[in-house]
Design a protein around this ligand. Structure first.
Ligand code: PLP
Length: 396
């Protein structure tokens, strides 16, 4: 018999879709994947070389739990350089990817029954991690009409005496939304007023296409004192497999997160840590290069989606996801039956267009599906051509 907590745990749907597309490919079916949550670029050579050097030098043993001093120094320097945030080395910690960092935060700060405000549509792991530890995720609807910007009034309405934390994810997965300065200010004001923790997931910071990324922690020292800023090497440096995420925040919280980690995983891989030192402190030009390429793709995929009857898509301001509204296709008949929700649309697109997408229902909105444009331009064009052709075959 499995533990009770497994009754509500949903496995990651994005990884499930990737696995299904891979299995179809193994059968010789030509599937185009828009499922991936990772850059299609290779990790830059300078970073690989740093890892090779670490192996050759024998830097292959246990390290400090929260990261080698060199990496914590590089993280501090990164926060200062990119976000104007001053942290001491004992105010930052390094984990096995930001997903792990976020889990450590929930472990350190959330008691059973505590409520966590999560703007919706959301990245699936936020509510799952909170639920896993007995917390209560409270979705706060962000309106599509404003490009999924956080609505301060909605946020305020969701607060109860049990609210303990608000999570913000900007630029966000799955919507690509970048929260407006007004929204960030409203979150900060509310958190100070109601004594809430702010978790600011800034994993897609480097993929901000319109304007400059602003960390909510930089709004004031009062806000910084209640914020844990989370980031990762995964997206900015195409390092998803290396598993290096990190956080900056108040010393007692960072210590608690590190203590949790000391009993669960210990340090992240020593070799990956040395690679991350190079990633964060070496020349940053490839970051902007990759962002430029994603931006070009964004400008191709969004108009192509909007050209499909029954599909509308707001222009995302960051990350590498399109989150089109496909509710205009609901009620139409495909070979396998009438499309009634986002999962039906994804199944239809996989069967009839041989393109892999992810159902919005898993991200809190059944009217949408998610397409990652972390794939080449030609693939995007072909995938969208197939999607448009498949949609034309729908009846009704
Ligand atoms: C919003 C968001 N946060 C965090 C992560 C975790 O990244 P990693 O664990 O690879 O650092 C992801 C990955 O998809 C993400 O989309």
């Amino acid at each position: 018999m499995l533990a009770d907590r497994m009754k509500t745990l949903a496995p990651s749907p994005t990884l499930a879709m990737q696995a299904k597309a891979k299995a179809m490919r193994a059968q010789g079916i030509d599937v185009i994947s828009f499922g991936a949550g990772e850059p299609d670029f290779d990790t830059p050579d300078r970073i690989k070389a740093a890892a090779i050097r670490a192996i050759e030098k024998g830097q292959t043993k246990y390290t400090e739990v929260g990261g080698i001093p060199e990496l914590r120094a590089a993280v501090c320097q990164k926060f200062k350089r990119d976000n104007g945030l001053e942290y001491a080395p004992d105010e930052v910690t390094v984990s096995c990817g930001a997903k792990h960092t976020l889990y450590n935060i929930v472990m350190a700060l959330i008691n059973p029954g505590d409520e966590v405000l999560i703007p919706s549509p959301y990245w699936v792991s936020y509510p799952e991690q909170v639920r896993l530890l007995g917390g209560v995720p409270v979705p706060v609807l962000t309106p599509e009409a404003t490009g999924f910007d956080l609505d301060p009034a909605e946020l305020r309405r969701a607060v109860t005496p049990r609210t303990r934390m608000v999570v913000i994810d900007s630029p966000g997965n799955p919507t690509g939304a970048v929260f407006s300065p007004e929204a960030l200010t409203a979150v900060a004001k509310l958190a100070v007023e109601r004594d809430l923790w702010i978790v600011s997931d800034e994993c897609y910071e480097s993929l901000t296409y319109e304007g400059r990324h602003v960390s909510i922690a930089s709004l004031s020292s009062e806000v910084k004192a209640r914020t844990i800023v989370v980031n990762t090497c995964s997206k900015a440096y195409a390092m998803t497999g290396w598993r290096i995420g990190y956080a900056g925040g108040p010393k007692p919280v960072i210590k608690a997160m590190t203590d949790v980690q000391s009993q669960v995983t210990s340090n992240p891989t020593s070799i990956a840590q040395w690679a991350a030192v190079e990633a964060l402190s070496g020349p940053q030009d490839e970051v902007a290069k990759m962002a430029g390429e994603f931006d070009r793709r964004r400008r191709v995929i969004i108009p192509a989606l909007n050209a499909i009857p029954g599909v509308t898509c707001v222009m995302p301001k960051g990350a590498f996801y399109a989150f089109p509204n496909v509710s205009g296709l609901f009620g139409k008949r495909a070979k396998a039956g009438v499309l009634r929700g986002s999962a039906d649309v994804c199944a239809f697109l996989l069967d009839e267009a041989r393109i892999a997408t992810v159902a919005g229902v898993d991200f809190g909105s059944d009217a949408h599906i998610r397409l990652s444009y972390a794939t080449g331009l030609d693939t995007i064009k072909e995938g969208l051509r197939r999607m448009a052709a498949a949609v034309r075959t729908l009846e009704g």
